[in-house]
Design a protein around this ligand. Structure first.
Ligand code: KG4
Ligand code: ZN
Length: 337
């Protein structure tokens, strides 16, 4: 019988990830990040990310295999992120995945990056209940999704950010506060010493007439940057600003996500993506889900940010559902919806 081990490859942004999954179980994974190389530019530089993927892809696959105690010949299928993401970065991952699938004579599955983030949680907490509400919050996305069977049913896209993603807001405000890139973890750390009510930042699109599924973080970003500007020449109370910003983002995200669950009669909320690592987002989501009788699922930190295991998890679901593998001429879709 052929192996059912699925190798997942992720290269949509600045992380090169490889993961191995069999029957919903994570066997091993490895990630290499080019984050440090982008830090002095204050954001991801596509050309640098592309070269870093080329450099890291093969070593990362071998590290994942070593961690799982497997050999190349044990791989029964390859899954790869085809989009959305940076064009050059995606091409490196897809070219590598195609070559491996061809050489090993195994099926290749193209995976939507966001489906990967959703599936990440299954590696820790088992299959997702049908239906469940998923809040994806990363550097590029802030979306509310109604998910049924990941391998069979299309994901219902309820709403998105109309401007900046929540992670982008953290990254840009951190810059205005003089904190390092990536800003999310830096804001999270700085906020530990701050008072969340020292300043109150706006809660955009939370009024009764606003779209309940839409988010907006650009006004919040500007408000926080202006607040920082007002302290120019003096001492900026960074910890208080960080705590207040984090409070505003966590408040908006969790309020809307819980309301969406209630409106759709869904009793499980899954929060995924890099910003799901935020300590205040996690705590407030837990508090509000608890009060509304909703079960909260958040993958462990290492599976929240971009990785190959989450792509392997989707490939594994597709393979087990008997989905059609990708054609030989499959291409990337950088702006996949
Ligand atoms: O999912 P991810 O690794 O990559 C994208 O697909 O974007 O998310 C990265 C984003 C960055 O904006 C980063 O600042 C944010 O997640 N992030 C955090 C935290 N850890 C990472 N934001 C807030 N608090 C954190 N602890
Ligand atoms: Zn991501």
């Amino acid at each position: 019988m052929s192996s059912s081990v699925v190798l997942g490859i992720e290269s949509s942004c600045d992380e090169t990830g490889a993961g191995l999954v069999e029957n919903g179980r994570l066997l091993g994974h490895a990630v290499a990040s080019s984050m440090d190389e982008h830090a002095r530019f204050g954001g991801v530089v596509p050309e640098i990310a592309t070269r870093a993927h080329l450099h890291s892809l093969t070593p990362v696959v071998h590290r994942a295999l070593d961690e799982a105690g497997l050999r190349m010949a044990d791989i029964g299928a390859v899954a790869v992120t085809t989009g959305p993401g940076l064009s050059g970065a995606l091409q490196v991952g897809l070219a590598g995945a195609k070559a491996l699938a061809y050489a090993l004579d195994v099926p290749l599955y193209g995976v939507h990056h966001l489906a990967g983030h959703v599936a990440a949680d299954t590696l820790e907490h088992g299959p997702l209940p049908d239906p469940c509400m998923v809040l994806i919050v990363s550097g590029g996305h802030t979306s509310l999704l109604l998910v049924r069977d990941l391998a069979r049913d299309p994901i219902v896209h309820l709403g998105d950010t109309v401007d900046d993603a929540a992670g982008e807001c953290f990254d840009k405000v951190a810059r205005a506060f003089g904190l390092p890139y990536p800003g999310g973890p830096a804001i999270d750390r700085a906020a530990r010493e701050g008072k969340p009510d020292a300043v109150v930042f706006p809660r955009p699109l939370t009024g009764p007439r606003d779209d309940p599924y839409a988010f907006s973080f650009s006004g919040l970003k500007t408000a926080a940057a202006r607040w920082a500007e007002r302290h120019r020449g003096g001492v900026l109370p960074v910890a208080d600003g960080a705590a207040a910003l984090q409070e505003a983002v966590a408040d908006v995200l969790t309020r809307k996500a819980v309301a969406a669950c209630v409106r759709h009669g869904v009793d499980t909320l899954v929060v995924v993506g890099g910003v799901a690592a935020n300590s205040r987002v996690r705590a407030l989501a837990q508090e509000r889900c608890g009060a509304a009788g909703i079960t909260l699922r958040v993958p462990p930190l290492r599976l929240c940010t971009d990785n190959g295991a989450m792509i392997a998890a989707v490939g594994d679901l597709l393979a087990r559902a008997g989905a059609e593998p990708a054609p030989h001429d499959v291409s990337i879709d950088p702006s996949a919806p």
